[in-house]
Design a protein around this ligand. Structure first.
Ligand SMILES: [Zn+2]
Length: 222
């Protein structure tokens, strides 16, 4: 029997990893992603293990919309790490999945493939952290989640931020208008008050004059 292509040991990327034990040519099925095929529902029940740092260990491979391969009960392929600059890709052949080399791989190189994870739930900070990428490649997208899903989420986030900004601006405008209205009202009130003051002064003066007039009248009568 031929020597296997790989061995499993600790990885710099994340947890355990799979490494080339000998040179691998391009287009070689290095390893099969094995394990029982189970339903998505069952997989959800099992869930991903998340370590103390919030990083997840994905041990499932999606076969179709309803089924996954449970790598937890499978072979060594479950240890293969994600990379944004992977040297392998996952090839599906019916219900079977093979990790195939995209290029020649040297002995000792870590075997990787792009997980292109499809996340149905909302991509929260916790989800982002769970599927964070540490591949260290120059083009690392810092996530194991499929680019298209990330792009979609980014568009949604942008729209949400714009809506939030517009709402805040509207609120501010409303507050400014309210303030201006209140100020105008206060000014009007103050003006009315001072007008009333002037008027009452005038009235007092008029009364005084009237009184004085009466007096003088009286005087005149004498
Ligand atoms: Zn990466």
């Amino acid at each position: 029997m031929a020597q296997p292509y790989y061995s499993v040991r600790n990885s710099k990327i994340h947890g355990k990893g799979v490494f080339a034990k000998r040179p691998i040519r391009k287009g070689i099925r290095v390893i099969e992603y094995t394990g029982p095929v189970i339903s998505m529902k069952e997989a959800d029940k099992i869930g991903n293990t998340v370590d103390e740092n919030g990083h997840g260990h994905t041990m499932f491979f999606t076969v179709d919309e309803k089924r996954v391969i449970d790598g937890n009960r499978g072979g060594d392929a479950k240890w293969i790490n994600h990379s944004c600059a992977a040297n392998c890709e996952a090839i599906q052949d019916g219900d079977q999945v093979f990790i195939e080399s995209l290029r020649a791989i040297k002995t000792g190189e870590e075997i990787t493939y792009d997980y292109n994870l499809v996340i149905e739930e909302k991509i929260t900070e916790a989800v982002r952290k769970e599927f964070e990428c540490f591949c260290g490649s120059p083009n690392c997208r810092h996530s194991q989640i499929d680019k298209r899903i990330l792009a979609k989420q980014a568009r949604k986030d942008k729209l949400k931020a714009a809506k939030k900004k517009a709402k805040a601006e509207k609120k501010q405008l409303k507050a400014e208008m309210k303030k201006a209205k209140a100020e105008a009202k206060a000014k009007a009130k103050a003006q009315e008050k001072s007008k009333a003051k002037v008027e009452s002064k005038k009235n007092k003066k008029a009364k005084k004059d009237k009184k004085g007039g009466k007096k003088s009248k009286k005087k005149n009568k004498k």
